[in-house]
Design a protein around this ligand. Structure first.
Ligand SMILES: C[S@@+](CC[C@H](N)C(=O)[O-])C[C@H]1O[C@@H](n2cnc3c(N)ncnc32)[C@H](O)[C@@H]1O
Length: 192
């Protein structure tokens, strides 16, 4: 009997993740350890600021950032129910006070008080995110996105990892254009 309950639960989680993946356009695939460590290190946050992660998945990036920056408020918004519930358990067990979680479509979450927005989304999601950022983000707020660019925006910094995909980590500052052409660099060789 117990085995059946476990099996049904596993099937439910699997089906729910597949449905949410089709609905949202991306699976809850976590950032790699290498990318996480670069994003955590170069996060342009200051004490007391608010950092929002759009689509926090299982919390891989969110909890790493929150641990490294205990004086910053982190909000993780996730629309897929089981990754969100996993983050709730993770917060409970790790007693991470500076993390808030929302089960919500991030495109309905207000960006007005966000100082730094972090994301690992997908091309169509970046189009929607760009429009919302242009409408709501305050001037000077940062957007850190890895793998996918914010279309037409010019990054103030790009770091490329020495991994299989040379994963780029883009940093943008809304209202500030770097103006330089190729800003990409290998990890550790930051440019501005
Ligand atoms: C590639 S995963 C990245 C997860 C996490 N940010 C990380 O780096 O480990 C993208 C996540 O964004 C979530 N997502 C996609 N569209 C969303 C939306 N409109 N609102 C909230 N979450 C969304 C997906 O459910 C998924 O968990």
């Amino acid at each position: 009997m117990f085995e059946w309950v476990i099996l049904c639960f596993v099937c439910l989680v699997f089906v729910s993740i597949v449905i949410d993946t089709l609905r949202l356009g991306i699976s809850p695939m976590p950032s790699s350890l290498a990318v996480t460590s670069v994003v955590v290190k170069q996060l342009p946050v200051e004490v007391g600021q608010c950092c929002l992660e759009a689509g926090c998945g299982w919390g891989t990036l969110l909890f790493a950032m929150a641990k490294q920056h205990p004086d910053v408020r982190f909000v993780g918004v996730e629309a897929s129910i089981f990754p969100y519930l996993f983050c709730v358990l993770r917060k409970m067990f790790t007693r991470t006070e500076n993390v808030e979680l929302c089960w919500q479509d991030v495109f309905t979450y207000p960006f007005g008080r966000v100082d730094v927005l972090v994301c690992y989304l997908f091309p169509a999601g970046m189009d929607t995110l760009k429009e919302k950022c242009e409408d709501e983000l305050k001037q000077g707020a940062y957007v850190v996105s890895h793998t996918f660019r914010v279309p037409t925006w010019e990054p103030v910094d790009v770091v490329r990892l020495h991994d299989l995909y040379n994963t780029p980590v883009y940093t943008y500052q809304w209202g500030v254009l770097s103006g330089s052409g190729d800003t990409s660099s290998l990890v550790g060789e930051k440019n501005s």
